[in-house]
Design a protein around this ligand. Sequence first.
Ligand code: URA
Length: 219
Amino acid sequence: MQLYDEYQPYPSRKIEGLNKIAEEIRNFKGLDIAKNATHAVPGEGNPDAQIMFIGEAPGQVEDQTGRPFVGQSGQLMRKVLFETTGIKPEEVFITNIVKFRPPDNRDPVPEEIEACRDWLDRQIIVIEPKIICTLGRFSMAKFIPDVTISRIHGQSRFIDFLSHRYIVFPMYHPAAALRGTGTFNEFKADFAKLHQLLTTPSPIKEPASPAPVVQTSLF
Ligand code: URA
């Protein structure tokens, strides 16, 4: 599936916007995980992406390379994306809730999520994706609080976020898919649903009343 014309230049305001955010992230030293990082991991991909994947936080390989989702679980995610939908990883934008590696891959703490929130919000505003795929419970909770991932993964919904309506599609984190065959099969099935979401003109109904506004202002 080809989503983009390779010869179509990306809008320069998007490239500039994302570069500025990435530079701020790389220069930030306000958290211990930022001071201790080998590399910050701002995110990468198509500035004009229709799909944005948001994970949790960089792991060891991401910290070493400065690139998101390039370790074992990331390679699985990129492979299943391409094999199931035909979409190349460079056609989407891939980032995380937290932009620096927590030690020993522990869960990010609220202070770290909050310190990185503004960068992620601005990345979403600049890219304006059609679909936001959350990978794992931390990024899901940003848009859909108080739910469990096993109950709602693979179910798309409209979410109004920062004055814009997005389709949010919660998915398991690929690390969970690596741990068990059952979750792996569900993870793969969700990518097939994502493909449907992209190719069906009106895959989900607009809400009758405005969807809950998760957050109303950025600045
Ligand atoms: N897990 C994540 O959540 N993000 C990465 O970038 C890599 C692994």
